[in-house]
Design a protein. Structure first.
Length: 304
């Protein structure tokens, strides 16, 4: 099995007592080929501020319990079904004063077929207590209060080892006393060992009972991997989202001129689609060349 026990503890000492604090974590996982269960506890002081590292939330005590069931299917009646996984998880987070902050209950039913195609059905129910309001976008404010979210979704994907593959996800549920619908799709095409394309689209429809609470969020991405041979290849990542209206591209060329030594050439560019009343920036160009340890980097940035 994969049973394990993990724990860590850290303490910060500072000349300013207001920056001193400690954090710790302990988890126990018990698992065999069929069943699994786990429990974890995490504590972070209110004033815990490490000089290095990142903590998701201060002033908290988190309790988490999870369980799973993963049988392998060997049935003549269902020859196309390979295995399925039933997974559930519950998290409870409170402050160091014992006051409830948030909870999360999730359940997942995952089925894998003989060709590694899969489909999953999931359910989530979250509780969040907002002590201060925040802006979810520039002109849409979420007031302080207690919120409960419920989300149900269905998704699936085909075997990524095929020449053409893809996936899709759909989820609906409540969101800050309103409604939210998420639609995601992805595709992949492997032309040969020299060219592979992968793309995705994510679209969210938000309807909140506040001023300017109806809006959409869309993100598009495309990844291209091309190779001339085993020593020279390139990868490009292009992304766009309708909030920033930025079309960004990162292109990296890699030349393995000798074993264990690579030469990289990186090209970054960003194009901004300005609104009718938006002030345009002057074009700028930033070039940085560094040949230390056989690495060269070129960055080209355009703002329109």
């Amino acid at each position: 099995g994969a049973s394990e026990f993990n724990t860590w503890f850290t303490n910060v000492q500072d000349s300013d007592p207001g920056n001193e604090g400690s954090a710790g974590h302990a988890s126990l996982t018990l698992q065999n080929d069929l069943y699994g269960a786990g429990f974890s506890f995490t504590s972070v002081d209110e004033n815990y501020r490490p000089a290095l590292g990142f903590v998701r939330r201060r002033d908290m005590r988190e309790y988490e319990v999870e369980a799973q069931y993963t049988p392998v299917i060997e049935s003549e009646a269902l020859p196309w079904l390979r295995r399925f996984n039933v997974f559930s998880d519950y998290e409870y987070i409170e402050g160091q004063d014992g006051e409830k902050q948030s909870t999360e209950l999730s359940a997942l039913l995952f089925a894998q077929f003989s060709r590694r195609d899969n489909i999953d059905l999931f359910f989530e129910r979250n509780f969040e207590r907002l002590e201060v309001p925040f802006f979810i976008q520039a002109d849409t404010e979420i007031p302080a209060g207690d919120y409960t979210f419920t989300q149900v979704g269905l998704g699936g994907e085909t075997d990524s080892s095929r020449r053409m593959y893809g996936g899709a996800n759909l989820s609906v549920g409540s969101f800050f006393n309103g409604n939210r619908t998420d639609i995601e799709g992805s595709f992949g095409f492997r032309q040969s060992q020299y060219l592979q394309l992968e793309g995705s689209i994510s679209h969210s429809i938000i309807d909140l009972p506040v001023a300017n609470g109806e809006f959409d969020a869309t993100t598009l991405s495309l990844s291209v991997l091309g190779a001339l041979n085993r020593k020279f290849f390139a990868k490009a990542l292009v992304q766009y989202d309708n909030f920033s209206r930025d079309l960004q591209a990162n292109i990296r060329f890699d030349w393995i001129h000798t074993p264990g030594s690579d030469l990289f050439l990186v090209f970054n560019t960003s194009y901004h689609f300005a609104g009718d009343n938006e002030i345009l920036f002057d074009p700028r160009r930033d070039v940085f060349l560094n040949n230390r340890v056989g690495i060269a980097k070129l960055t080209y940035l355009i703002l329109l």
